[in-house]
Design a protein around this ligand. Structure first.
Ligand code: GLP
Length: 258
């Protein structure tokens, strides 16, 4: 590797079960908070993250970890939903994490899907906090990260986006009683995500296998926004065997040298 390039740390951790993968992701966040209690976290929503947050809540209750001095910035939020709507990401975060740990609500930020002019202010708030130390990510079945759908450029920043039909369909179970899934959202951009110092992507379940394999082993490009993460210097992919089942197994030499 050219000495002019920064050292890259990429790891793919295939854990034996979904629960083990969730615990691993929670451990990476907990380790960061123990090493630096005033860490700036980038947080994600989605079904994949529920077990991660449950584990962090348990650790917080045991006194093993504290969010009291931390700050957080969520990736995204729907447009057109009040924050109190149960399917909003704000409500999700209160339900699964913020309401159960010792984080200061004033330091737990989400982009406001009802204030499109706030996109720039959100970027400024992240910068004012010193940037994100660890960005937690899930992955959509089409390779989206945050709500950066296929077609999103590498240089995108926080902005309003249209949601892909398949994303709206995948998220429909969060909208009971036939309520329509919003067709727009506000999301950190790819460039916003890539500025985080460390990225942890959690992928579990067979439905993610194709997008994950393409992100890690296909071409890097906007057809699969998660593939851009390969250009980041410090990425840890945590997955279960189902999400990993189409990945090319590492060679013996790669296993020895990580
Ligand atoms: C969403 C979120 C993403 C999330 C993805 C996968 O809609 N905007 O941040 O990673 O879809 O969600 P799930 O974990 O439910 O599969």
């Amino acid at each position: 590797m050219s000495p002019a390039l920064p050292a890259r740390r990429h790891a793919v951790l295939v854990k034996p079960s979904v629960a083990a993968a969730e615990q691993e992701a929670a451990s990476l966040i907990a380790q960061l908070l123990v090493a630096g209690p005033n860490a700036v976290l980038g947080l994600a929503t989605g079904r994949s993250m529920i077990g991660v947050y449950e584990e962090l809540v348990r650790r917080c209750e045991r006194g093993d970890v504290s969010f009291a001095r931390a700050q957080s910035f969520n990736l995204d939020e729907y447009c057109g939903l009040p924050a109190e709507h149960p399917a909003s990401f704000a409500a999700y975060m209160d339900r699964h994490l913020f309401g159960a740990v010792d984080i200061d609500p004033a330091r737990a930020h989400l982009p406001d899907g009802n204030a499109p002019d706030g996109a720039r202010a959100y970027e400024d708030a992240i910068a004012a906090a010193g940037g994100i130390d660890l960005q937690l990510l899930g992955i959509g079945r089409n390779g989206h990260i945050g709500f950066n759908e296929p077609g999103s450029d590498r240089d995108t920043r926080t902005r309003i986006v249209d949601l892909a039909q398949e994303t709206r369909k995948a998220n429909a179970p969060d909208f009971p009683d036939g309520l329509p899934v919003p067709d727009r959202a506000i999301t950190m951009g790819i460039a916003t995500i890539m500025k985080a110092r460390r990225i942890v992507l959690l992928a579990t379940g067979a439905a993610k296998a194709e997008a994950l394999a393409d992100a890690l082993e296909g071409a890097v490009g906007k057809h699969n926004p998660a593939s851009f993460l390969r250009l980041h210097p410090d990425v840890t992919i945590v997955c279960d065997p189902e999400a990993a089942h189409t990945l090319t197994p590492p060679t013996e030499m790669e296993k020895r040298h990580g």
